[in-house]
Write a protein that binds this ligand. Sequence first.
Ligand code: PLP
Length: 444
Amino acid sequence: MDATEFRRRGKEMVDLIADYLENIEQRPVYPDVEPGYLRSLIPEEAPEESETYEDVVKDIERVIMPGAASPACTELETVMMDWLGKMLKLPEDFIAGTHGQGGGVIQGTASEATLVALLAARSRAVRMILASDPQRPETGITSKLVAYSSDQAHCSVERAGMIAGVRMKKIPTEQSDKYAVQGETLRRMIQEDKAAGLIPFYFCATLGTTPSCAFDHITELGPICNAEKIWMHIDAAYAGSSFICPEFRPLLNGIEFADSFNFNPHKWLLVNFDCSTMWVRKRSDLIGAFKMDPLYLKHDHQESGLVTDYRHWQIPLGRRFRSLKMWFVFRMYGLKGLQDYIRKHVELAKEFESLVRADQRFEISADVVLGLVCFRLKGSNEVNETLLKRINNGRKIHLVPCQLSGQFVLRFAVCARTTESRHIREAWRLITQLAEEVMQELPH
Ligand code: PLP
């Protein structure tokens, strides 16, 4: 949709909302639909090809309005999470409309999903231990719990440990292993901690780390977690969107061992902020951790098993109608349109990588797998820090750095919807021009 159409559609949408508000008294206050009404009204999977804006808007009256006020919000979310789960080829266990015991929920951010998974894991660990040793005091269990994540994990993982009040250990990674957590390292830490009387219960794997887009080896790590009854959560905040492309889907192999998985469609799948999608293998593990049923939140269907009460799946009780954004985006782009978008960004990143590799003064600091290129001037950290400052002070492009094995590294990330090859070439022209200046001024 170009700017002209966006202006027109925006005005039409205001009219639609104004008409709705003007005529609201003609609509029933309480919906007259049965639980599960929505699933049969829309396809089981996202369309391959794009549909028009009119197609989607027409369906608001047919699909959403009969369940407006409440069930539509919940039911569209369940079905959209299934659509997206199928695009990612998640195992059936994670898809709600199957015989499995799992399903998806929209959280606000990846940080929230990591925390929710950690709290659910803590609750499951305590329940499991009490089941075999009912006399053991609960505080004696929680003080021994230990969680793990990579030293490359996003700081939100460490923060989840602080909020939950549990010990969180960082697993060291090596440049020679491409900054991925190795099975052997996790196994050794678990054995050492168990020997010291601790209780390992949670591991947060990262697919697409923030510094360098590294991928933990979940095919190796998953079986270790399963054997030790450790909850494996996968944080793929950025990289997860790429798994809708068959060529990137192998990066998610090993998902079959995970208890929960999360990524942010608001990062790289064209859904506006906020929309962080989380799937769990077993709904009851989450619900068991957060269930509260005061009288003022009771409803007729709550014991029927037909209704998903998302308030038990998250920290807040109230929720936004975020699945509408997914519905519009998935239909208006179609799976193919979304795949093209991801592929284009990866191609642009590869184009930038080739420009860097062709210049002897620079080096690439980590494999370029998706839309992130980690690079630096061959030379001191000081030279690279100065270059970054000059680049950002120029206010034309914005780069965020990272540290890899003690080296100061520049990160070039292709993020914007409208990025084209000419932007990449222009960015490289600016970077090399500033690099020249810096190299003349500073010893390197
Ligand atoms: N995990 C990873 C790997 C990330 O790259 C990020 C953000 O960049 C996060 C988690 C945090 O995401 P959010 O802002 O959605 O909490």
